[in-house]
Design a protein. Structure first.
Length: 204
């Protein structure tokens, strides 16, 4: 597809944007922790892609090239935000474990079994857990889990060695397990009285 864009084929760039925009915004949202900023950054990424289209070489995988641009822009954006005195993501995320815990340890009678497994709730918890990581860890995890990229591709995108990526992901996974522990514990434990009520409903 990028070769069509490089050749200035009519409609090619629009097709490329439509094919990658949702994925790109999703990755960037995990990095900058803000949907509007992620959408703005995605537009900037595509602008860079278009401006650089003539220099694109087919030996480079387009996805790797695209996310390399996205990674650099996202990191620059975060640095600029911190220099302006904006609250850092790390500061915003202080007490994140308590937020996950308080969100998911409400009165059990207020939560139905369906609610416990609600996809929107789970997605929110995952975003909260991801925000406990630093930006490099978030990028590595997002590329590995959501884009199914291997260590070598992630290393290329982030300008790291494969060994460094493995170490980065190992630390990130440990942090995620710790952040998600309250949620997992809540879902592993069931209120006996509620279980009894549910059984009665099923039997009736």
């Amino acid at each position: 597809m990028m070769l069509r864009v490089r050749a200035d084929e009519e409609g090619a760039f629009e097709d490329l944007v439509n094919g990658f925009q949702q994925r790109l915004v999703g990755i960037l949202r995990h990095i900058v922790n803000n949907r509007e900023e992620a959408e703005d950054l995605a537009q900037e990424v595509f602008l860079r892609v278009f401006k650089s289209r003539k220099s694109y070489h087919p030996s480079a995988r387009f996805g790797t090239w695209l996310f390399t641009i996205a990674n650099n822009l996202a990191l620059n954006h975060i640095r600029a935000r911190k220099k302006k005195g904006a609250i850092s993501l790390e500061a915003c995320d202080s007490g994140i474990h308590q937020r996950i815990s308080s969100d998911n340890r409400r009165n059990p009678t207020e939560q139905s079994p369906g609610k416990r497994l609600d996809h929107a709730e789970l997605a929110n918890v995952i975003r909260l857990a991801m925000s406990t990581l630093n930006e490099r860890q978030r990028m590595a995890v997002a590329l590995n889990k959501f884009e199914d990229m291997n260590y070598a591709d992630i290393a290329t995108i982030m300008g790291l060695t494969t060994k460094a990526v493995k170490s980065l992901l190992s630390r990130a996974r440990a942090s995620l397990r710790e952040a998600l522990k309250p949620y997992i514990q809540m879902h592993d434990s069931r209120n006996p009285a509620q279980e009894s009520d549910e059984v009665k409903k099923e039997d009736s």
